[in-house]
Design a protein around this ligand. Structure first.
Ligand SMILES: Cc1ncc(COP(=O)(O)O)c(C=O)c1O
Length: 435
């Protein structure tokens, strides 16, 4: 297979010119491994990009996609649809926490987030409370790359170059400080960070706030699990003030933290859940907003022949995506992936924290099959060590991801105990070599 490539492809989130000097191309994937264009196998400790939860190349998913591609290539869901879309919505509603039982389909996590934010505002309009427009996000939050998601996100560099974002936003602090360093699983301290919402109410009248959106576990921002009791407190405050709580579960959905959704793992039910990624095991782009009965019902007033929500995408509930998602749910059930994740998480946790004695370690965090390792930045070269460690892991045959000097890990949920050891051995070796 050729390894040459043109200059036309403008890669996302990639230094274009450096990449062309050191291209990393994959030509096949199966189970826990990628195969590179030069024939090496690489253990995938990122599940692609937090999405291939059931492992690569699941034959049942591939067969389902192929079947529908040959039978029903496309149908719009504007005033029509197809049976598998309804079947999938029912299956997702059954998987979601009690009371979350409606599904709006999108094609990505970014679209799911923007859809959830629009549903939140329109919900208040439908209830006759159009003052509620403000949207509250959180520091280090990642909610995709649309202007809505970017506005509630909390990563300054992502926002810097794109001009004015939504005006009516505010942000909570990250519920993390030195006390929670090296916590195993959820930090025991920090629930009181939820009370920062009350502080925001000093500036923003709570009667003008439409929604609070958080990732139950901050993901791309560096894998920060929520302190014990934090999400409960946030839920209580939102309920008290009539504000919708949105969990962005684009990463945490579909078994990643040992339950179908983090809402169930942490026993807190939001009003809206956004999901994508693991929904189709990464095979076909798809996302969704899962909505509570209360939210949905608020729209179902007025004349029955009038559209209740003026929103949707050409590819909402695309037949290939629906087939892929249904097959993904079958595979999850067959392999019991959420329960399997809960079982292997303690092995993952101790392997991660065994790295504490390695050089340059500043913090280690974990929950379910997520992990982050903060490295001490090198003086005058922030991010260089993280980048070099990531490259050294690749050379050792393990694909990890770095965000600056933080390594983030999110392997397929089918990872074996031996492969867990391989991931952390590769990182230990890389840390020893990189200096
Ligand atoms: C929590 C969260 N929300 C939204 C998104 C955006 O998803 P997408 O890249 O599919 O648009 C991501 C992507 O990483 C994410 O992690």
């Amino acid at each position: 297979m050729t390894t040459s490539f043109s200059n036309a492809f403008w890669l996302p989130f990639t230094p274009q010119r450096q990449f062309r000097g050191q291209p990393l191309l994959f030509t096949a994937a199966e189970g826990m491994h990628y195969t590179t264009s030069t024939g090496e196998r690489m253990l995938d400790a990122m599940a692609g990009l937090w999405c291939v939860n059931a492992g690569h190349g699941q034959p049942r998913i591939a067969a389902a996609i192929a079947e529908v591609a040959g039978r029903l290539d496309f149908v719009s869901s504007f005033r029509m649809s197809h049976p598998q879309a309804f079947e999938l919505a029912d299956r997702l509603a059954a998987l979601a926490p009690e009371g979350i039982d409606h599904v709006f389909f999108t094609n990505s996590g970014s679209e799911a987030v923007d859809t959830a934010l629009k549903i939140a505002r329109a919900y208040h309009v439908a209830r006759g409370d159009a003052r509620r427009v403000k949207l509250v996000g959180r520091a280090k939050g990642y909610h995709g790359m649309g202007f809505g998601g970017l506005s509630v996100a909390g990563i300054a560099r992502h926002k810097r170059d794109f001009g004015p974002l939504l005006a009516d936003t505010a942000h909570l602090p990250l519920p993390y400080d030195g006390r929670s360093k090296f916590s195993r699983g959820l930090p025991q301290t920090g629930a009181e960070y939820a009370d920062a919402l009350e502080q925001l109410f000093l500036v923003h009248d709570p009667a003008t706030v439409a929604a609070v959106i958080v990732e139950p576990v901050t993901g791309s921002g560096g894998v920060y699990p929520p302190p014990v009791g934090y999400l409960q407190r946030l839920r209580e405050l939102c309920t008290k003030h009539g504000i919708l709580l949105v969990f962005d579960e684009v990463i945490t959905g579909f078994g990643r933290v040992g339950a179908p959704f983090a809402a169930q793992a942490f026993d807190v039910t939001p009003d809206l859940i956004t999901c994508a990624k693991g929904m189709t095991n990464g095979t076909v782009p798809m996302g969704a907003v899962l909505a509570s009965r209360q939210v949905y019902d608020a729209f179902m007033t007025g004349a029955p022949d009038v559209i209740e929500l003026f929103h949707g995408y050409t590819y909402s509930a695309h037949p290939l995506a629906c087939a892929a998602a249904l097959a993904t749910l079958d595979v999850h059930e067959e392999l019991g992936l959420a329960a399997r994740t809960a079982r292997i998480a303690p092995t993952w946790e101790s392997a991660a924290h065994d790295l504490r004695s390695a050089p340059h370690i500043a913090d280690i965090r974990n929950v379910g099959l997520l992990g982050a390792i903060d490295l001490q930045p090198r003086a005058g070269a922030v991010g260089a060590r993280g980048n070099e460690v990531q490259l050294a892991c690749q050379q050792a045959g393990v694909l990890v991801r770095n965000s600056g000097d933080t390594l983030v890990l999110s392997p397929p949920l089918v990872i074996s105990e031996a492969q867990v050891a391989q991931v952390f051995d590769a990182i230990r070796g890389a840390l020893a070599r990189v200096g």
